[in-house]
Design a protein around this ligand. Structure first.
Ligand code: F6R
Length: 240
């Protein structure tokens, strides 16, 4: 992967926003791979200003993941988060933005349906990725197959702890999620992995320089022909 070290998360946000604008200018119906969590927020903030002069009416988006069994109207469902942080501020067409369906009803079809929806529009042009402290991308926790497709997974205790800050109580953090698989993610034409802060340094080093291993799902980016890693000094601190 190409590694770009920037002074601040806002600098990273500006770089990725420029790349996204370029993709949309090249193709009005560009397909964006969207991530939730704290990491991509500077991208969405930077995009807001840059997209003012760009026609986004045809842009499509696919989120990486969703909690299973959460009410879609819950403020921390990824459907709600994507609507609040991406769709509304950027003026995207909500009908063109998909999030995996985490409702229990029909959950056995939700993964294959999601992969089929991505394939039907020709795949993702640019996928934004964060990385978990345990090296997960999407919610593909350590041990996930590199060939995996969108499916239901169990969240690790570590990830539930990491995400408890978004909920009133850790007991409210769902136990399961539905996530694009590593195989699904690797099909995007350009992967852009972002990480900020010391807490991500170990995961970043493993993803970029460590052995390619299912025990560090982020290392899957080493198999991708066009992956860009944009990180701050703290997140880069364990690179050789
Ligand atoms: C989010 C996602 C996760 C996060 C990761 C980092 O859609 O799939 O992999 O990117 O958990 O989360 P933050 O950015 O909150 O540190």
């Amino acid at each position: 992967a190409e590694v770009v070290i920037v002074p601040t998360a806002d600098d990273a946000g500006a770089l990725v926003a420029d790349a996204i604008v370029e993709v949309i200018r090249g193709r009005a119906d560009a397909v964006l791979g969207l991530a939730t969590g704290s990491t991509p927020l500077p991208v969405y903030t930077a995009l807001r200003a840059k997209l003012e002069s760009v026609d986004v009416s045809q842009v499509r988006g696919f989120a990486l993941d969703e909690y299973v069994g959460i009410d879609p109207a819950h403020p921390e469902s990824y459907r709600s988060v994507i609507t609040r942080e991406v769709v509304e501020p950027l003026g995207l067409d909500p009908r063109r933005i998909q999030v995996p369906n985490g409702s229990l009803e029909g959950i056995e079809h939700a993964g294959p349906d999601y992969d089929a929806a991505i394939a039907a529009v020709g795949g993702v042009d640019l996928q934004i990725l964060g990385i978990g402290t345990d090296g997960h991308i999407g919610f593909n926790e350590p041990g996930s197959s590199f060939a995996s497709r969108t499916r239901v997974k169990t969240l690790t205790a570590q990830t539930r702890e990491d995400n408890a800050r978004f909920f009133d109580d850790i007991a409210d953090v769902p136990m399961h999620c539905i996530t694009q698989g590593l195989g699904t993610i690797l099909e995007a034409r350009h992967l852009v992995l972002l990480a900020f802060g010391e807490g991500k340094a170990q995961a970043v080093a493993g993803a970029v320089e460590g052995p390619v291993s299912a025990m560090l799902p982020g290392s899957a980016i080493q198999l991708h022909p066009h992956a860009t890693v944009i990180i701050d000094e703290a997140a880069a601190s364990r690179l050789a």
